[in-house]
Each structure stands twice: as C-alpha cells, then as structure tokens.
Design a protein around this ligand. Structure first.
Ligand code: SAH
Ligand code: SF4
Ligand code: F3S
Length: 443
C-alpha cells in the first residue's frame, strides 16, 4: 500500500486543496501518514505570500533531499501551490528529488492523472525494492506502529472561488492563482450537504476574495449563497474567509443576522493600513472612513460580532505619522484580534518598484508596537466575556488534558469534559478570561 504525506503551507484555500487530494488518494487505496519518514509519496503545497513563507518551503525541500530521499531512493515528491506557479524551473533545477511541479493556476482536477500514474509506478518499484532491500526497509513491515489521526472535530473546507482580480499593489496572489473564478453553487451546496451528512460540524467557505463570489450559472452573489448554505439541514456552523471590504455589503450581514444558529457572527475584515494615502498606494479601493462605516454596520446588525483584521506595517512610503494613523484606527475599532505583517517585496507586484526607505529596526519597532497595543485590546475584549454563557463547538483534547472549544468568533475556550463532547455544541460559562483565550465550565 502506498503511503502519502501532505505538507501544507499557506492559507486555508491550500488546506482545502490538500484535503481534497487526501480524499482522492485514499480513494485510490493509499494511506495518509503523518510523518515524512513513513511516506512513499510526499506532496508539498506551497505559499508565496511573503519572502519568509518561501524561505521556509525551500529549506524544507532541502531537508527532504538530505534526510528522507537518501534513505528511500524510490520516494516521489510533488510540489504544488503558489510557489509552484512561478518557480517551476528553479525548483526542478535546484532539487533533483522533485518529480513533478504543478502550479496553483492549473485546475487541480488535472493533477489526478499524474497522481494515479505515480501510484502505479510506486507500487511496482516498491515491490522490487522490498525484495532486494528487505533488511533496510523494515519500517514498512512494522504493522503495529502506524499513527492514527487523533479524534477531532470534523471540518469542511470549501473553496467557493479561487484567484483574485484586485491587484493590491503588494500582493502576489493574482499572479500565482490567476483571475477570479467562482465554482458552481449547485456543486458547492451538494458538497456541503455531503460533508454535513458525513459528520462535519463546521463549514468554511473559502476564496482569496470570498465575497466577490458569483455563481457562474445563475449569476447570484455571495449573500445568496450564504443563505442557501444556512438553509441546509443539520447542526453546524458556517464561516467564510477572506472577504474584501470593497464587496462587504449590508446584505451579507443581514443574512448572518437572520441565521444566527448557523452563520457565525464573525468577520475577518482586512484593513491593511489606517492611512488613506497608504491605502491608495496599496490599491485597496476603500478609504478609512468607508471601512469604519462598515464596522459600524457590523456592530449594529450583529451586536455580538467578533471582528479580526490584517495589517501590513512599513509599506513603502509609510511615515511614522501614517503608522500612527493605523494605531489610532486599531484603538477606535477595538478588533478582537489582528494578523500583523511587515511588508515583504514580492516579484511581479507594482509595489516592487517603490522605494523602501524604512530601516529594519524601524519596521520591527512598528510591528512590536502594534502587537503590544493589540494584545491589550484583545485582553480587554476577552474580559467583556467574563461570566457570560456562550455556545461553543468542541474541537479536540489538548495535551494539557483539557478540551479545546471555540466560540462563533473563533476564540479558544478551554474546559473540562468527556471525549464524547468532541464535535458537539455545548454551552459554557466563562470563568476566567486571559490574553488569548478563555476558561469555561459546562452548564
Ligand atoms: N485575499 C485576502 C488575503 C490575502 S493574504 C485579503 O485580501 O484579505 C493575507 C494577508 O497577507 C493580507 O491580508 C495581507 O495583510 C498580507 N500580505 C499579502 N501580501 C503581503 C506582502 N507582500 N507583505 C506583507 N504582507 C502581505
Ligand atoms: Fe492579494 Fe489584495 Fe487579492 Fe487579497 S485582495 S489576494 S491582498 S490582491
Ligand atoms: Fe499563500 Fe497562495 Fe494562499 S500565496 S496565502 S497559499 S493564495
């Protein structure tokens, strides 16, 4: 039996693709393993969003070449995802252990042929190899030692669209993923129904620009799809990632308010900068004022909403004053959490040609200031939940013995309880609030 290992970098769109590949290979009678040393086939799903993400991937490939491939000459490695789109030649040239590179612009369905060919090839090579090297390869005979996936909440990650037409001036995604393409609503709904029947308790609708979704058959938009998902029978939560402020309408929020049992009162609303000058240079197409107005809608239509955001510091041309403007928006909005990034220059992007005259020290100073400020705000936001009874979804057992659950807003809650609660909705009373999570007791 062929064993495969999936290494996934990047966003949840990549997680969704990897999950689909895993299901496909399992259907071909292969077995997913959770360590590289056990695998006959390794698939690396890559992310190009920032330089660091790329560096991580390249050192991982180097490690595979040096440590894994040498002990298993027949090992096959496939590289897919965003780096694979534009560094195909470099990957083939630098790494002789890579057998196939498949870019993120291509239709993932076309990978099926390659995968099934590789499986057939691997099966015959492995047979020969086994009879010749039976001593060296005892790992495969170690039938009792395989790892089983831990008992965990079943999640359904659904790519409803892919690609991006926005061309934010710093971002490589339109170049790695290509133009926006929405998938059929009929097929999306069918897949979600299947996953719910199979026990999924949380559905995440995904897209680089999820709320610009448009059904290719009927032309209906994101809020209509969201409503159709909410109408599917069963007990489950729905989230979506990542929306763009330019497509955030009141209708989306109103649908969320109409189906509070299903649609999580949670929005990730990426601001990027609190300076209109920088937003314009980033080609974000909204102003700080428009963004703040949308935050007002959210808090009015969904009073219990959790809001998170992305911030880029030290975009070329960002002055200290511009950075202070971002800090003031952070203070005013009081996000429940932020994902802060230092600007990273990326190939193909418009911002690449802009002069970066911020020193490294200054960049680090800014991001640390932002992180520090947000930590305080997150702590205060969490404190507002003290004593409240919240509906949470139990995810898994943690190493510390406690159960991990999440609120609608994706905030972590630790509680004591039985394994049978994993994958179910329970109510907890918040007994303690901390910097990044809550402690609760079952009620
Ligand atoms: N399509 C989504 C997510 C894009 S990637 C959106 O528009 O929100 C996630 C985040 O990475 C972005 O929101 C942005 O904050 C950050 N990011 C993207 N490109 C970057 C770059 N070149 N340097 C630093 N951060 C970047
Ligand atoms: Fe990148 Fe902007 Fe598209 Fe998001 S909306 S993927 S940040 S270009
Ligand atoms: Fe990374 Fe590509 Fe997602 S660059 S963030 S994996 S769209």
């Amino acid at each position: 039996m062929i064993k495969f290992f999936l290494k996934t970098y990047g966003c949840q769109a990549n997680e969704a693709d990897s999950a689909a590949i895993s299901i496909y290979l399992t259907g071909l009678n292969c077995k997913e393993v959770y360590s590289e040393t056990e695998a006959d086939l390794i698939i690396v799903n890559t992310c190009a969003i920032r330089e660091k993400a790329e560096e991580k991937f390249f050192s991982y490939l180097g490690m595979l070449n040096k440590k894994i491939k040498v002990n298993k000459p027949y090992l096959k490695t496939i590289v897919i995802g965003c780096i694979a789109t534009y560094k195909k030649d470099e990957i083939y040239k630098r790494f002789d252990n890579v057998n196939f590179v498949f870019g993120a612009k291509e239709d993932l369905n076309n990978l099926k042929v390659v995968l099934s060919d590789f499986i057939v090839e691997l099966e015959s090579i492995k047979n020969i190899y086994h009879s010749e090297n039976s001593k060296r390869d005892t790992g495969f005979l170690n039938l009792g030692g395989f790892k089983t996936a831990p008992k965990e909440l079943k999640r359904s990650l659904i790519n409803i669209m892919t690609g991006c037409n926005n061309y934010c001036s710093y971002c490589i995604v339109p170049f790695t993923k290509g133009r926006e393409k929405s998938f059929s609503a009929f097929q999306i709904l069918q897949k979600i129904e299947q996953d719910i029947k199979a026990g999924a308790k949380e559905v995440t609708l995904l897209g680089q620009n999820v709320n610009s979704y448009k059904d290719p058959e009927s032309g209906t938009g994101f809020f209509e799809l969201l409503e159709s998902v909410a109408k599917i029978e069963g007990e489950f939560w729905v989230r979506f990632l990542s929306p763009h402020p330019k497509d955030m309408t009141k209708e989306v929020l109103q649908v969320m308010a109409r189906y509070p049992e299903k649609l999580c009162a949670y929005v990730h609303h990426p601001l990027q900068s609190g300076s209109n000058k920088i937003l314009q240079a980033m080609n974000r197409t909204y102003t700080v004022e428009q963004f703040l107005e949308q935050i007002d809608w959210m808090k009015t239509i969904l009073p219990e909403i959790t809001i998170t955001t992305d911030i880029i510091v030290a975009f070329p041309g960002e002055t200290n004053q511009n950075f202070e403007q971002t800090m003031r928006v952070i203070e005013a909005v009081r996000f429940d959490g932020i994902f802060p990034f230092i600007y990273s220059a990326r190939k193909y992007t418009k911002a690449l040609s802009l002069k970066d005259n911020c020193s490294k020290d200054e960049k680090i100073k800014r991001i640390n200031e932002l992180i520090k400020k947000q930590q305080d705000i997150t702590f205060e936001q969490n404190s507002l939940k003290m004593g409240k009874v919240l509906r949470v979804l139990v995810e898994k057992r943690m190493a510390n013995g406690r159960l991990l659950a999440r609120t609608q807003g994706n905030i972590r809650v630790f509680l004591d309880g039985d394994d049978s609660l994993i994958g179910s909705f329970v109510h907890v009373k918040v007994e303690k609030t901390r910097r990044s999570d809550l402690l609760g007791v079952l009620v």
